[in-house]
Design a protein around this ligand. Structure first.
Ligand SMILES: [Zn+2]
Length: 263
């Protein structure tokens, strides 16, 4: 009887507050990421990544299966391209011989097309972070969501000839929304999560040293090492992330991590 009551209460809580676990990036811990991966592995995802061969309309799971190669880091930068921060990030990455994945916003591509093209020219990977990142538009429903993704995709295609299959949902809102995940999968896209959050989007913006420290302590979780996806931002207002970046890269390179991109 007691078990039944607890179960009913749990169902009520999850029904009423389905997004509570993922409301902000800061609450999205490595643990929840691992659970996403476990769930992804439990459904119809192939064991190998096959983003290009997936048949649109045939699947409902969306989380990108990160290749599990020991001590591999996937640096990801969201919200650019930005006129100030992105060129500095690109130069730092070049200095260390590191490639990263940039989840770009369409309105920022329109503002900074040359910086965007330069990002691709320097060998970095591109992901789709919606056309305008405005929650009212992006999360107005499955139609609005896909429109934002597709509009951004056309912009990305115009400047690079690429149509990235990887998507990062602003604020991580889609990963707890069954219909958004379904429509993404049906259109052949993969959601890309993160398992280490630099917390550089907190307000007020953390200092560079704090950003480094946020990454350092989360990296101590060895369970993540076969595929560490670090969330950072190169959008407007993220100068502290730029300041932190050299130390972040040096810290990880000194520990023997290598850097790869997501596709
Ligand atoms: Zn974002």
């Amino acid at each position: 009887m007691k078990t039944r009551v607890v179960l009913i209460l749990a169902v009520i809580v999850l029904t009423v507050f389905p997004g509570c676990v993922y409301q902000t990036g800061s609450k999205h811990t490595g643990f929840t990421y691992i659970m996403d991966q476990v769930r992804a592995g439990a459904d119809d995802r192939p064991s190998q990544r096959s983003t290009s061969t997936a048949a649109p309309g045939k699947r409902e799971s969306t989380a990108l299966q990160i290749p599990r190669v020991d001590k591999t880091v996937y640096l990801t930068f969201d919200d650019g391209p930005d006129i100030t921060n992105t060129p500095m990030v690109l130069n730092i990455l070049d200095n260390y011989g590191v490639k990263a994945t940039f989840f770009v916003v369409g309105t920022n591509i329109e503002k900074n097309p040359e910086i965007f093209k330069d990002t691709v020219k320097r060998g970095h990977a591109i992901g789709n972070h919606t056309y305008n990142h405005k929650y009212n538009d992006v999360y107005s429903g499955t139609g609005g969501f896909m429109e934002s993704i597709k509009t951004n995709e056309e912009l990305i295609f115009r400047y690079t000839g690429q149509r990235p299959r990887i998507v990062r949902d602003p604020g991580g809102e889609a990963r707890n929304n069954g219909s958004l995940k379904r429509v993404l999968a049906q259109n052949g896209y993969w959601l890309v999560d993160w398992n280490v959050d630099s917390h550089d989007s907190r307000k007020p913006s953390p200092e560079g040293a704090e950003i480094v420290e946020n990454i350092r302590w989360q990296m101590m979780n060895k369970n993540l090492w076969p595929g560490v996806v670090i969330l950072m931002h190169d959008g407007a207002g993220h100068l502290n992330s730029v300041r932190a970046l050299p130390t972040v890269i040096e810290m990880l390179q000194n520990q023997g991590f290598k850097f790869e991109v997501l596709k």
